[in-house]
Write a protein that binds this ligand. Sequence first.
Ligand SMILES: C[S@@+](CC[C@H](N)C(=O)[O-])C[C@H]1O[C@@H](n2cnc3c(N)ncnc32)[C@H](O)[C@@H]1O
Length: 229
Amino acid sequence: MRRSKRLPLEQLTPYLVEPPFPEPLSWPHVFGNDHPVEIEVGFGKGLFLVNSALQQPEVNYFGIEILRKYQLFTATRLAIRQLTNVRLAKADGRQFMKSHVPPRSLRAIHVYFPDPWWKKRHHKRRLFTAEFVAACADALQVGGEFHLATDVADYFAVMTALCSAQPRLAPKPTSVGGDASPVSFLTNFERKAQLRGIPVHRACYTKVASVLPPTGCTDPTEVPPASAI
Ligand SMILES: C[S@@+](CC[C@H](N)C(=O)[O-])C[C@H]1O[C@@H](n2cnc3c(N)ncnc32)[C@H](O)[C@@H]1O
């Protein structure tokens, strides 16, 4: 069996953002520049981050992954390629998006093949909740994109229902339910699904300025309280 070699921790340090995480983070501080930032939650073995960072060196990619072994595995892939536009945090994406990502700071969020937690009693462990989707809507700039994919039809229905119920997200035309990928596969799990002939469901939502601001409100991206409408 092929064993993946991990580089020594000293060589991975430039890629790792370690706790305690500031509330909120400063992207220029994290990346040393003010390029646009995209986040992937649950990056696993990091294929999407590595390929995206190679293809778009002018974009900063920030990965959040709950398992340390995948953080270090992906950091090794980045270090081997000497990529400078990716940082990785080991954290629970639900908490991290809510507490540490500056509002209206992201050009895009990517969530590919989130764990479905099949058993009903385990559904509370799922990444997608109304609170997580609201945190993602907070974190996106107006016009920013929320990309989702999964091969689990039931979970896809839950994910898209939650996004559709979030007033600051609008589906991009023809994006919901389509199975066309911009490349042959984006992630390790997508590759596995394709090899098994399992259909992949994908969707993309855009952050919208939901309502016109009332007099005195200077930020048109925020939803005023119901009493103000
Ligand atoms: C099914 S894998 C998909 C990995 C990758 N996105 C892909 O498509 O190949 C789900 C990944 O999400 C991570 N994960 C699960 N819950 C998470 C959470 N709450 N926050 C961050 N990552 C999480 C898992 O450790 C795992 O690496």
